[in-house]
Design a protein around this ligand. Structure first.
Ligand SMILES: [Zn+2]
Length: 110
């Protein structure tokens, strides 16, 4: 069983079993954090880490949980309700191959 070293804000460096570490990764931007509970004092920690560190933790057997930004927070509520004018604009934009190709390219590049 892999052992990892983590730093507790209260106790300093501590050693944990990989079973005591979990990784949370955002589906949208793929950033993540790792979580552990200090075996000395019982404090729970959530720490930012590089993707390389998170990959190493996962490869060592840490549990992985994926999460998504709630859809409500991605919607621009300032736009108001969808109208026929919005649909007509959208329909016209779909007829423009260059515009569509450009928009799809942005998605692919992302
Ligand atoms: Zn501690």
């Amino acid at each position: 069983m892999a052992r990892v070293r983590a730093t507790c804000n209260q106790c300093g460096d501590t050693e944990l079993s990989i079973d005591d570490v979990s990784v949370r990764i955002c589906r949208e931007d793929h950033d993540g954090v790792y979580l552990f509970t200090c075996p000395e004092c019982g404090l729970s920690h959530e720490k930012d880490a590089s993707r390389r560190t998170l990959d190493l933790l996962v490869a060592s057997g840490a549990e992985v949980v994926f999460w998504s930004v709630p859809m409500e927070s991605l919607i621009d509520t300032g736009l108001g309700p969808l109208t026929h004018d919005h649909l007509l604009d959208f329909h016209e934009k779909l007829q423009d191959d260059a515009l569509l190709e450009s928009a799809l390219g942005e998605l692919v590049d992302d």
